[in-house]
Design a protein around this ligand. Structure first.
Ligand SMILES: [Fe+2]
Length: 287
């Protein structure tokens, strides 16, 4: 029996309802008659899934207003995305970015997208800065921790440090604590973290702990002699990444976030990018 604080308010929208609206439910009902055709319909309606966006308007340094959110969502749809997680920054000084309020904001933005006929399915999430959230995050119940779909399975986090020694003492106990609660942790954009860029062993350490990695697509459009680009290419070609996200913030920077996917295909293969933008993100989305 969940505790009182764990009984989260349900929004009017649910993903299952959305599936029915898209016709997937009807397709599944006719499965016994024509399974091959039905599977094809379902697959076509789940395209790329953006696992890292700051689409929610006015809650962090991402989209400033609903118009910008809709503009960014349209660009995602044009690039083949059918789903996007809204992953606002979860920082101590942004207390409104919590489980309940993020879900409400996702519901509200979904209604705006529907009204604007933008066929992008939103999902809730967040990007926890674990160094700033520690140690306050430790006593929280699992249902109070911002996770993908608020499902308590996968959680996105980031940290910033010049050297691993600056972060490890605080970070490692928090990672272990959250994993002990049954969460699978996904580290956002390791290629951007100086401590990772200057020491290959950091990724090995995190991988040994079971931490999954998320590539920011746009880092592949950076100058080829930049640390961001070099680290992203190394981790991508070593097949270290679990998923790719755009980490979109503003409409005026969308082009490079989409272009980065094409660079990723050239560096690896279309199949690899499909795995990182569709197959593995579906695990986060429960699809
Ligand atoms: Fe982000």
């Amino acid at each position: 029996m969940p505790s009182a604080k764990c009984r989260l308010k349900k929004t009017a929208f649910s993903f299952g309802d959305r599936h029915l609206a898209l016709g997937i439910g009807n397709a599944r009902r006719s499965c016994m008659m024509c399974p091959a055709k039905v599977l094809d319909m379902t697959e076509r309606q789940i395209g790329k899934i953006d696992v890292h966006t700051h689409l929610l308007p006015g809650v962090d340094d991402g989209c400033a207003d609903r118009q910008e959110s809709i503009a960014c969502a349209r660009i995602l749809v044009d690039a083949g995305y059918t789903h996007a997680f809204c992953t606002p920054h979860v920082w101590p000084d942004l207390p409104h970015n919590n489980v309940l309020q993020i879900e409400q904001c996702v519901h509200d933005l979904q209604a705006e997208l529907d009204r604007a006929h933008v066929k992008l399915q939103l999902l809730s999430g967040g990007e926890m800065n674990l160094l700033s959230l520690a140690p306050g995050i430790m006593p929280l119940a699992k249902c109070q921790i911002v996770t993908y779909r608020m499902a308590g399975e996968y959680a996105l986090f980031d940290f910033w440090a010049e050297l691993w020694s600056d972060a490890a003492e605080v970070l490692m106990p928090v990672i272990s604590h959250l994993q002990g609660q049954g969460l699978k942790l996904v580290l956002a954009h390791p290629e951007r973290i100086a401590a990772v860029q200057c020491d290959d062993a950091v990724i090995d350490c995190l991988a040994d702990m079971g931490v999954l990695l998320q590539l920011n697509s746009w880092t592949l459009t950076e100058p080829k002699d930049s640390a961001n680009y070099r680290t992203a290419v190394r981790l991508l070609t070593e097949d270290r990444y679990f998923v790719i996200g755009t980490d979109l913030h503003k409409a005026n920077s969308m082009a490079k976030r989409i272009d980065g996917l094409k660079v990723a295909e050239k560096l690896t293969s279309a199949g690899t990018v499909e795995r990182l933008t569709i197959t593995n993100p579906r695990k986060l989305a429960g699809l």
